[in-house]
Design a protein around this ligand. Sequence first.
Ligand SMILES: [Fe+2]
Length: 207
Amino acid sequence: MTERKGWMELESPDEVVEAICVLFRDRGDAMYDEAVSQSVHGVQAAMWGAREGAPTSLRLAALLHDIGHLLERDPSGGADHPEHDLHHEDLAARFLANWFGPDVTEPIRHHVAAKRYLVSVDPGYLGTLSPASVHSLGLQGGPMSPDEAEAFIALPGAADAVWLRRWDDLAKDSSAPTPAFDEFADLISAHCVMRDRARSGEDSARR
Ligand SMILES: [Fe+2]
C-alpha cells in the first residue's frame, strides 16, 4: 500500500499523488479555523485561483499551501494560531521540492511573509484579517518596512505568494459548496516530477 511507504520511498508520480491524497484524507479533517477544515481550506484556495485565472501551478500551490500543518506532529493545529506558528511554510516548501518545481514551492514558502507585505503596502488589508491572524502577525514579525517590502516582492515566487495570500484569506467559507480534495488529483499529477536522487545527496537530509 502506498501509505505504508515512507515519502522518500515513493517511486512514481501516481504514488506521490496518492500519498498526498491519503495525507489529506487522514488529517485534512482537522479544523483550519473555526469555520472550515484543512482540506476545505486548501480546496477553496485552489478554487479562488481558478476563478481568478491563475496558472495551474499556482492553483496547485494554493491547494497545498498549508500541507506543512498536516506534516507537523500535531495535525489539529490551525494556521495563524500562535502556538502553531512553526514555520509550516518552510516545512511545506522543502518537502514539496522533492516532487514539484519552484513555481509551486516558492509561493508556498512566501505565503506567510506575504501577509506582512500586504499589511505594509495595502492600507485596507489589516482590517480584513481575523483577530487570530492579526495576533499572529506580531509573532511573524509585524508589517514589513518599506525596504523589507521592496526586497520581498523581488524574490522569486513572491508576487504569486501575494495572490495566494489573498485566496488564503478568502478560503474560509463554511457555506460554500466545496469539492472533495481527491478531485484535484489530476492537478497534483500534472506538476509532479520524480527527482533524480542518484545525483543528489540531499535526500537523506530531507527524511
Ligand atoms: Fe492557509
